[in-house]
Design a protein around this ligand. Structure first.
Ligand code: DQA
Length: 149
């Protein structure tokens, strides 16, 4: 099972940015946690982070050609307004889980809208960095379900 974890703008600044909101663990500890989680679950993991919209879209299109089995995406602030990322996600055939570290619904009003979530399979919000592992388990569960059908 091949899973791509894609993080958008400013997520490389975890541990530095708004620690009261996102916690003190940095991007590297997120990637270490994901690598360990993937190894334990026998998942082939691809990690990508970009601060640019085009970089995210190019990586999503690459995932199509790479035939990844599932995608976990945190589009950062692009969540709230990027129709271009939404269109890229809409053309993806594998399951996609959108993750937000913080509970966006408890925050500023502009964060309450996700233009990307309607074209994703599901969304995990406000459960911290562990949300990414929960998303990984959800993708594994879906793949196992596919196999029995
Ligand atoms: C975020 C929430 C977004 O509103 C914000 O712009 C981010 C991070 C989260 O993970 O909670 O960059 O996606």
């Amino acid at each position: 099972m091949k899973i791509l974890v894609l993080n958008g703008p400013n997520l490389n600044f975890l541990g530095i940015r708004e620690r009261g909101v996102y916690g003190s663990r940095d991007y590297e500890s997120l990637t270490e946690m994901l690598k360990k989680g993937a190894a334990e679950r026998d998942v082939q993991l691809e990690l990508f982070q970009s601060n640019s919209e085009g970089g995210i879209i190019d990586r999503l299109q690459q995932a199509y050609f790479d035939r990844v089995d599932g995608i976990i995406i945190n589009p950062g602030a692009y969540t709230h307004y990027s129709y271009a990322i939404r269109d890229a996600l809409a053309s993806i055939v594998c399951p996609v889980i959108e993750v937000h570290i913080s509970n966006v619904h408890k925050r500023e009003e502009f964060r309450h809208t996700s233009v990307t979530a309607p074209v994703c399979t599901g969304q995990i919000v406000g459960l911290g960095l562990e949300g990414y592992l929960l998303a990984m388990d959800a993708l594994l569960g879906m793949a196992a379900q596919e196999e029995v059908q």
